[in-house]
Design a binder for this molecule. Structure first.
Ligand SMILES: [Zn+2]
Length: 243
């Protein structure tokens, strides 16, 4: 195939734009924050599960405490009633029975109050654990929200960048003959589309051409489309080619 050296050189600009378009596409579809955002979502789920279990333990302790409180109330009511009955009693046998029961009720209240104190401290510990877990979840959520905002901004920027680059590419390719462009695109789809020949080296694959190949390139007409024997890219010749 033949194409003017100017048109061949334009392919280098197209290749550069294609590389940047691919970069922008990667930034758009896989923002850098993505892995951490997924990690945080998983962490948050585990933290929420833990919160559910801590909340359950706290609620159990609260229920136990209110049961003890109502038990104390019931025993206190009975003590009041027995005291009144004792005061009203005329029979010494009855009085003795009331005194006996009052003593055992006093012991019962004291035991219940000891248990209350113990459960109260468990409620406090459980409440602190729930609060700490909630604070941890808030931190995870805040980091996730922040990163999501950053990712959205990065995706929006990459989208705009990609659109600009595609517009630039269209402006350049409009002046390149269709068959040359198609040739470049076919080669690019398999690997490297075009490489500048600089000081005897193909910049597409960084391989230095052998003397034989350099001779071939040297002898070829300026508008001949040459290929790198190593990577198959269109070899673009300039004054820097070292020919
Ligand atoms: Zn090459």
């Amino acid at each position: 195939m033949n194409a003017s050296p100017e048109h061949q050189r334009l392919l280098l600009d197209v290749a550069d734009l294609d590389r940047r378009i691919q970069q922008a596409e990667r930034a758009r579809t896989t923002p850098a924050q993505g892995p951490r955002i997924n990690e945080l979502a998983k962490e948050r789920q585990e933290q929420l599960r833990e919160l559910t279990s801590l909340t359950g333990a706290r609620d159990d302790a609260r229920t136990e405490l209110s049961r003890l409180e109502s038990d104390v109330k019931l025993v206190e009511q009975r003590r009041t009633r027995d005291s009144e009955r004792l005061a009203a009693s005329t029979n010494s046998k009855d009085a003795q029975a009331f005194e006996h029961e009052l003593a055992s009720l006093a012991k019962r209240v004291s035991d219940l109050e000891d248990m209350e104190l113990e459960v109260m401290s468990r409620v406090e510990e459980a409440e602190a654990a729930v609060a700490a877990q909630q604070a941890l979840i808030d931190l995870t959520t805040a980091e996730g929200t922040e990163l999501t905002t950053q990712a959205k901004a990065a995706v929006a920027a990459a989208t705009t960048e990609g659109e600009h680059l595609k517009r630039d590419r269209a402006a350049i390719t409009a002046s390149i003959p269709a068959d040359l462009l198609a040739d470049y695109e076919r080669r690019a789809s398999r690997g490297i589309g075009v490489g500048l020949l600089r000081r005897g080296t193909c910049e597409g694959c960084r391989m230095m051409l052998s003397g034989t190949h350099l001779n071939e390139v040297r002898q070829a007409a300026p508008d001949a489309v040459m290929s790198c024997p190593e990577c198959g890219a269109i070899l673009v010749r300039t004054d820097e080619s070292g020919l």
